[in-house]
Design a protein around this ligand. Structure first.
Ligand code: A2P
Length: 287
């Protein structure tokens, strides 16, 4: 069994540093892939969201795996239409129902939308879910420094995590520094550079991270794949990482990253690949 390190969260719980992302994984495939990830590949952390439309498949995959629910770290997210206190509480119940569980390990606000008052009302609903023990940790996704500060100024429970687009072409250094200073863990979405389809009806483009020459050279030097190099880069930078694949062989490969280590020089070469270009939506313009 692969020993994935955990990261302590400010909620008092801890998160396996590597998990399976299931964005754009069809509900019909999610059950089999999640069960494979848990039983065959050794994953103990699954990241889904209401909007992915596969909470039921994910829930069935966990329930039919050979591993007890308590040993799996499960994340889901509140969708944009569900902001506001009452809608947020109802949306959470519906997610639990689809997932077939009575708690999640992490509940995130998917996008920090709406006016600040509504966004904070949503955050306070998550604080209530946390105090009830039904969301063991709560956090944000796509929060900028401004959004983090807004919540930090008003919180009774601080966000445990900010899950943001983060990969070698978009390294988010100022946000990472800010989160670190406030004890907030950073989790990378599109960690491998994305699926090539941002899902927002724009920005479709080939994955330039996995095709990058420097990454390919480093991969060859370590006799591993480009994806494995990129996953190691996230891990060695202290980030939580949730690579997505719909292929069993890749799901297994993506967690097989504990038999090698990137050198300081490798890390520096990858640090130089930041272009500041997103593959997904910008939280400052999403409505
Ligand atoms: P697929 O699902 O067809 O395997 P991200 O995690 O950055 O969102 O990107 C995932 C993309 O990278 C998906 O398109 C996925 O495609 C692909 N992918 C995931 N793991 C690997 C791998 N080990 N090698 C090559 N491509 C991968």
């Amino acid at each position: 069994m692969t020993d994935v390190p955990t990261i302590a969260l400010n909620s008092g719980t801890s998160i396996p540093q590597l998990g399976l992302g299931v964005w754009q994984t069809p509900d019909d495939d999610a059950e089999r892939l999640v069960r494979f990830a848990i039983d065959e590949a050794g994953y103990r952390h699954i990241d889904t969201a209401k909007i992915y439309g596969n909470e039921e498949g994910v829930g069935r995959g966990i329930a039919t795996s050979g591993v007890p629910r308590e040993e799996i770290f499960l994340t889901t997210k509140l969708w944009n239409a569900d902001h506001g206190r009452d809608r947020a509480l109802a949306a959470f119940d519906e997610s639990l129902q689809r997932l077939g569980t009575d708690y999640v390990d992490l509940y995130l606000i998917h996008w920090p939308l709406g006016d600040d008052a509504e966004f904070l009302a949503t955050w306070h609903a998550l604080e209530q879910l946390h105090s009830e023990g039904r969301a063991r940790a709560i956090g944000l996704s796509n929060a900028t420094i401004r959004h983090l500060d807004l919540v930090l100024a008003e919180h009774s429970v601080a966000p445990a995590i900010d899950q943001v687009e983060l990969h070698p072409h978009f390294q988010q250094l100022p946000l990472r520094q800010h989160a670190l200073e406030h004890g907030i863990a950073v989790e990378s979405w599109s960690p491998l550079g994305g699926t090539g389809n941002s899902g927002w009806g724009k920005n479709s483009r080939p994955n330039t991270v996995l095709a990058n020459e420097t990454i390919a050279e480093i991969a060859a030097e370590h006799s591993v794949s480009p994806a494995q190099v990129v996953i190691r880069w996230h891990l060695q930078n202290g980030l939580v990482v949730i690579p997505k694949s719909t292929h069993e062989q890749r799901i297994a490969q993506n967690i097989d990253v504990f038999g090698f280590e990137l050198t300081e020089r490798d890390l520096q070469r990858i640090a130089a690949l930041d272009t500041g270009e997103r593959v997904g939506a910008d939280p400052d313009t999403v409505r």
